[in-house]
Design a protein around this ligand. Sequence first.
Ligand SMILES: *[C@@H]1O[C@H](CO)[C@@H](O)[C@H](O)[C@H]1NC(C)=O
Ligand SMILES: *[C@@H]1O[C@H](CO)[C@@H](O)[C@H](O)[C@H]1NC(C)=O
Length: 198
Amino acid sequence: MTFTFFFLLLTIVTAAALPNNEIHLLKPHSGSAGHKHSKLNCLSWRLAVETNNLRNWTQVPATCEAYVGHYMLGKQYRQDGDLVAYAAYEYAKGLNLVKDGKDIWIFDVDETTLSNVPYYARDTVSFGAMPYNETSFNAWVEEAKAPAIPSCLKLYKGLVKLGFKIVFLTGTHDTYTEARIKNLKAVGYTTWEKLILK
Ligand SMILES: *[C@@H]1O[C@H](CO)[C@@H](O)[C@H](O)[C@H]1NC(C)=O
Ligand SMILES: *[C@@H]1O[C@H](CO)[C@@H](O)[C@H](O)[C@H]1NC(C)=O
C-alpha cells in the first residue's frame, strides 16, 4: 500500500486560521526518538522513510507512534515545511517569468496543499500506528475539511502573482472530485488551470 503521509512531510506547516499557528489543536504527544524497549531509533526510521530509502513499510512502528505524533504536531514539522516553501519561492522568483501564461507549477494535494493531520491524529488512526484504512480515509476526504498547509498556501499565492498557472495532481480517486474542489476552495486555493485526479 502506498501512503503519501510521509513522502511529502517536508512540505507541511502552520494553520494561520487557528490560534497559535497550529494545524490541529491537539497537545503534542510526548515521545522521544529512541525507545528504551526497542532497538529501533524513530528518528532514523523517519529519515529513512522521508528519503524513500525504506519503501516497503505499511504503518508506523508502534514504538514510534508517540514520536511521529510529536513531530507532526510540534513546531519542527511546521519549520521544515516553511523552509521548503521558502526555497521553492526563491527558485520560482529567480526564473524571471515573462508572464506569457505558458508556465505551470504542479502541486501534489495530500500533505502538500492540504493537511490530513486532523485525520491522522484521530485515535482510530493514531499517526499511522494502525493499519491504513481506506474506508475511513475516503470518508475524511469526502468531508472536505482538510486545512491548508499555510506555507504552501502562501507559496501558491506567490506563484500566482509571479504568473504561474497552477495544476493540482493527486492520487485521490475522481469519485472525490467535488469534495476536493470544495476543500481546496474553502481553504484559499481559489484558482487553478487543471485538477488531475486518478
Ligand atoms: C521490508 O524491508 C525490510 C528492511 O528494510 C526487510 O527486512 C523486510 O523483509 C522487507 N519486507 C518485505 C515484505 O519486503
Ligand atoms: C475502517 O474504517 C471503517 C469506517 O471508519 C470501519 O467501519 C472499519 O471497521 C475499519 N476497518 C478496519 C480493518 O479497521
